[in-house]
Design a protein around this ligand. Sequence first.
Ligand code: G3P
Ligand code: CA
Length: 244
Amino acid sequence: MGINIIAHRGSSKAAPENTKSAFKQAIKDQADGIELDVHLTADNQVIVIHDPTIDRTSKGKGFIKNFKLNELKQYEFGSFFDEKFKNEKILTLTEALEIIKNLSFINIEIKKGYNINQGIEEEVLKSIEKINLKNEIIISSFNHESLKMIKNIRNDIKIAPLLYARLNKPWDYAINLSAEYLHLYYKLVNKEIIEKCHQHGIKVNVFTVDEKYDLNKMINYEVDGIITNYPIRARDLLANKNLK
Ligand code: G3P
Ligand code: CA
């Protein structure tokens, strides 16, 4: 099958994360897929951004949940990375999917906390349904209740609990959640865990792997996918080993 290279927030070391430029760069860098993060605006629009506030990635301040989409569109989300990206506008999930729809793999990470993004699951699914996507879509989250909600609404959408913890028998945890994937922190996996997951029909993508030493290790473990800020680096390493 090969190992999927998944560009984390797009090619986010070459362009500002979660923007059109980062996604286009990931396509140029021959990523198989893209990982992006989503939040809900005050007017219930799904937008692509990592943090719950706009403070770090724009010149504005405030929580996303307090802005309407048209207000967020007034800001730019590129110059924090480099002045040359100063025209970068925030993307709705629908706009992002239009850019990346030809990739074979799309990973939408739902950010959800007790006081943010309630009801985001239905809105994410609506965005997916709007575009006739033929690729593999995986919805991941650290909020596993949110993933259960996704499954309850659309059983055919694949889900991936994100885990920073080393669970006892993580494959059983995935099966119990009806998850097809586990998204595991790369420092907490070993070959045995990957093999056991595979024996139980669970695929494993690891995050966020950037250094050559770690990328090689994950390739040797035969993970299903590597989430990385440097997709071109991962692609070159795979090519050197004559792997896809
Ligand atoms: O999906 C893996 C990774 O993106 C999870 O952490 O904080 O970068 O969204 P974070
Ligand atoms: Ca993420």
